[in-house]
Design a binder for this molecule. Sequence first.
Ligand SMILES: [Zn+2]
Length: 236
Amino acid sequence: MRLDITRKCNVLCSRWESRRDTLIGFCGQKESHTCRLGLEVKVGSGEEGYSCIVDSFESNVIGSYARVVIVNPLHEKLPRLVISTSVTCNSFDATWVQGQWDWMKCEWDKHCRAQVGPIIGHASDGDSRRRKLMLSDYCSKFGTRWKLEWESWMLSGCVASSGDVYGLGDQDHPHNGKKLVNPLDKSTYPLVLGDHHACLEHVHLTSPTVLEDVGGPDRRPSRAYNGYQALSGDSS
Ligand SMILES: [Zn+2]
């Protein structure tokens, strides 16, 4: 069985968690800030509790985004499952993400791999930090490599001693397609491809062919194509 993991962000705010009497929603100390997951501040009662609340808001960065880790089993009979939610200020870098990926893989191998299967890689909606790591994995020459038997195909995954393939990143192609198309919805914003300029009409002409051939784990080419049609103003 193969697995995949994604993250998403949405706007949130800090608040008091009554059951544990803690403040949640902070991403770590403002001074020399490093994003910290799962930070909880015990409040307490009386004057001491009040001071704790004031100090916490003064000294911590508020995490205004949510980070969600979703296990996506690549099997039609297994549903996707959220295994972790946390707040973040979204200022972390690719090195921080790599540390998280390494930690998650280690924990997954320890607790879940035997029953569910190995993690084969990570997914994202087009975030540049994850894209950087995915390209680094795909272009690595380290160890035994696995790749598609396709002439001129350059990307490859890593084969572990157990036989598991790892480092197969996946970006949300409808999401990235919309990022590509939206700026083109102005005649003054052409897409420069080498010596050529593309406009919205070029993307529209190629999308039926490309999107019929490309599908993610849930096979959504027709929905993606409908999105392109709507963006290009042709809903017929
Ligand atoms: Zn942060």
